[in-house]
Each structure stands twice: as C-alpha cells, then as structure tokens.
Design a protein around this ligand. Structure first.
Ligand code: MN
Ligand code: MN
Length: 464
C-alpha cells in the first residue's frame, strides 16, 4: 500500500479536477447562482422548486390514487415546504433514501404591525429571524419579499428591490464621528434588535393637515401597487433580505457569494439530484423544510408530523394493505442525509477551528458525524456503520468528501434537522457544503463543494 493511501487528510481538491468535469462544475454552479438569486424566501424557493419538478415530469401527489415504481410525485406544505419522491422498485416497508434540507434563512421579518413614522421618515419595524450578527444587516441594500393574505382569501405577492430600476431599502448605522460610545460596546450589543428599522420613505403626502403624512404616503403607494391597506400588513409575511443577486467570487471564479446559501445550496443540490433519479431500487425522497433556523418548530418545521403524514400517504398509495406498522417499518428502515451546510475553516479566524477536523473550502462534500455543543449535547451522533456505508458509496463513485466538525470543542455549536429525523427511528448523518461567513448577508461557498454535494446526493439515491 502506498504511503498516501494509508493517510487521510482534508484538502482542497478543485485543482485536481480534469477540464471536462471543471466545465460541468461551472455550468452547474451557474444554474445554481441564478436559482438562488431569484428564490430568496422559503415561499419563493418552494414555488420555483415546484416549477422545476413539474417540468421534469413530477405530478401532484394528491392527483394520484395509487403509485407504482418509477412514478414521480411532489406535495407542498403550506407554500413553505416541498416533498418530492420517485417511487422505487422495492416496497416502502424496506425503507426510503431521504435527503432533507431547509429553505428558510436568517433575515429580518416585519413585525405584525410594522409601519410607523419618526421625524418625517417612515420605517418598517422588524424582528430578526434566526441567528444573525445584527451589525451585518446595517448599511446594505435590502429588498422586501413576501405575501399579504387578504380577508377574502386572495394572496398578494409583494416584491420590491430586485429589479434594476426598483428602489431598495436600508437599516442605517451611526457615523463613526458620533459612534465613540457605540464602538466601546460589545459586538452583540452595539446594534440593538429594536434599532433594526428599515427605512421606507421621506416624502409626505400633500395634505398638510395629516399628522403622519410620510407614513400615509407610503400606504398610498402600497395601495396603488398592491391594493392593500395597513391592516392587511397584519396578515402578511414579509421578509427583508439582501437586495443583490449571488455573484461569482474570486478572480478564478472558484466560489459563489450570495444570500441564503444556508441552506439553499443543499436544497438546490438535493433537488437537482432527485431530478436525475429514474426507476430507483429504494424510493428516493427529497424533503425541503422551513423553520430550521428557529428550531424546526411549527407546522412547516421538521418537528411537525407533516413528514410522517406524507410518508403514510406514500405507503398507502403503494400498497393495498396499509397499516401503521408498514409506516413504522418504512421509517425505521430508511436512511437520511441531513443536507445542511457546515463551517469551512476561515484562515482569517483559524483560532476557532481545530485544523485536523475542520472542513477545507473546495475539499468536497462535508460529512459531519455530530453537531451540538459542549460535550456533543443536543447532537444526533451518526453511527460508525452509517459513515462507513456513505464513505463506500462516495469512494466508489468518485465523490470527493471530507469530514469535519463545527469548530473547536466548547467554542460554540449548533444543530440541524438531523436530530428530529433521528427521532423517527432513522439513521441520519449531516452532509453538505462548507461555507465561509455562514449566516451573513453574503455567504461564500466553493464551486467544487457545491458540485460534489450534488454528485454525493445523486450517488446516495442511486446506490444506497
Ligand atoms: Mn442550515
Ligand atoms: Mn443556519
């Protein structure tokens, strides 16, 4: 055995790729870049996903009375989540191959009653969603994305700030000249949550008698454009996200920078992987969930019974004798890749990572045996047997992979949907793209990693 075959090491493998595969990587990543530039919220990602699934022959699960091997179906959870499946030759009882990613990302949500005027400037009040570093959300161009649900049942899509001639929005910050006090504060306290107010307008409507003329003018413009009034904002879900598209990063274009790559990079690669699956042995399922960034709560999060309910439907539609035991067996015989991003080693901040167990940018799809924090607390610790199986699939199919954990022991931590999938009595391991600047308004991913994640997911569907 050669010496290098005896040793294992995480390393940048992008330069080892041959010309033809390099072209495939760049083409794939260009599709990805465009997709995430358009789909910035869970609802938008959901819509674009359905469009892509339909154009690839997937049909609505609800339209099918029964399912047979080779059938391709999808179903939508309240406009914020999708489950797509390709029915396998083997029975559901024998388990499925599941890849689960989340399509919500950290952002600023509007408060239920958001609009106000102060000193002649109109603002939206926000409540941040997920783990953000608040200072990163000031002084960058922001866009408004969302829906307003009206009393009569209609839904109005709202989007301002994405077209080239659209106005954008912003959260202001202090000028350095007057920030002497602010600059001495801890980073976590320098920008208070209640100051994340989004600047909306400065023109008053003409009626001098009106007290809050700027606010009223904003309402008039919103009414003109969307036919909504202030009370309609209460039954809306409006998210404030960075206004710019994703871009190639680096003079060699080896990376992609953009908003919400956690976890749309794994969602997109999982989606593309299931599009490649035809007549699989085991049923292939791609699960895109919401609310991961706030603990997977709610009816659209991974802790909801929704996933089990859809699996019950798949079981019922593929057999003549549905039973609860059939569903239980299906879940316990299944394997899941929890498709989520991890932290890449940042050479600017090497102190937070332990180099031998940190992901390298463009070192391949990242396997994470466990997440959690402080003595693996809260982790779904993947079994050695599962890691061996995934390693075999990846090695046999030229999928570049690496192993890593989320930073040094006791420095922090985090979680993914893996723990909730594990609660269903399913084997699960985290596998996804390592990121730089995770949760920032502009996150960076390596193109080789993006492609290898897609390839890894595809080979898992085809070979497990
Ligand atoms: Mn994530
Ligand atoms: Mn996250």
């Amino acid at each position: 055995m050669e010496h290098q075959d005896l040793m294992y090491e995480n390393k940048n493998l992008f330069s080892k790729v041959e010309e033809q595969e390099k072209n495939q990587i760049f083409a794939f990543c260009e599709d990805y870049r465009k997709f995430i530039s358009d789909a910035k919220t869970e609802r938008e990602f959901c819509e674009d996903t359905c469009r892509l699934l339909e154009s690839n022959g997937f049909v609505c699960l609800e339209e099918k009375e029964t399912l047979k091997p080779g059938d391709k179906v999808y179903t939508v959870n309240r406009g914020k989540g999708v489950i797509a499946a390709v029915i396998g030759n083997r029975t559901m009882e024998e388990g499925i191959n599941l890849i689960g990613a989340h399509i919500d990302s950290p952002r600023l949500d509007l408060k239920p009653n958001p609009l106000y005027e102060d000193q002649g400037i109109a603002y939206f009040k926000t409540h941040y969603y997920g783990g953000i570093k608040k200072y990163q959300w000031t002084t960058i161009p922001l866009a408004i994305h969302g829906v307003a649900a009206l009393e009569d049942g209609t839904q109005i899509n709202i989007m301002i700030g994405e077209k080239e001639d659209d106005p954008v929005f912003c959260v202001t910050d202090l000028l350095p000249h007057l920030a002497t006090q602010q600059m001495t504060k801890k980073m976590s306290e320098a920008i208070p949550g209640e100051s994340l107010n989004v600047i909306l307008g400065n023109l008053s409507c003409e009626d001098e008698e009106i007290k809050e003329g700027v606010k009223l003018n904003v309402l008039k413009l919103l009414h003109e454009k969307y036919d909504i009034k202030e009370e309609d904002l209460i039954s809306s879900e409006i998210e404030i996200v960075p206004a710019y598209p994703a871009r190639d990063v680096g003079i060699d274009r080896s990376m992609i920078g953009g908003y919400g790559q956690d976890d749309r990079v794994c969602a997109y690669t999982a989606l593309r992987a299931i599009l490649d699956v035809k007549n699989p042995e085991k049923t292939a399922v791609c699960l895109l969930v919401d609310k991961e960034e706030v603990g997977s709560m709610g009816a659209t999060g991974m802790q909801s019974r929704y996933f089990e309910n859809v699996m019950a439907k798949l079981c019922a539609k593929t057999t003549e004798a549905y039973s609860d035991l059939l569903l239980r067996d299906c879940l316990s015989h299944s394997t899941c890749l929890s498709a989520d991003v991890g932290a890449a080693l940042d050479p600017n901040y090497p102190d937070v990572s332990e180099k031998r167990n940190a992901a390298i940018l463009n070192g391949g799809i990242l396997l994470c045996k466990y997440t959690g924090s402080r003595g693996k607390s809260g982790a779904s610790d993947a079994g050695a047997e599962l890691i061996a199986k995934i390693r075999r699939i990846f090695n046999n199919n030229q999928v570049a992979w690496q192993i890593g954990e989320l930073g040094k022991v006791d420095l922090g931590g985090g979680g993914t949907i893996a723990q909730f999938v594990a609660n269903l009595d399913m084997d699960v391991i985290d596998a996804g793209v390592p990121l730089l600047s995770m949760h920032a308004p502009f996150e960076i991913a390596g193109k080789f990693d993006i492609y290898m994640t897609y390839k890894g997911y595809r080979e898992f569907y085809l070979n497990n």
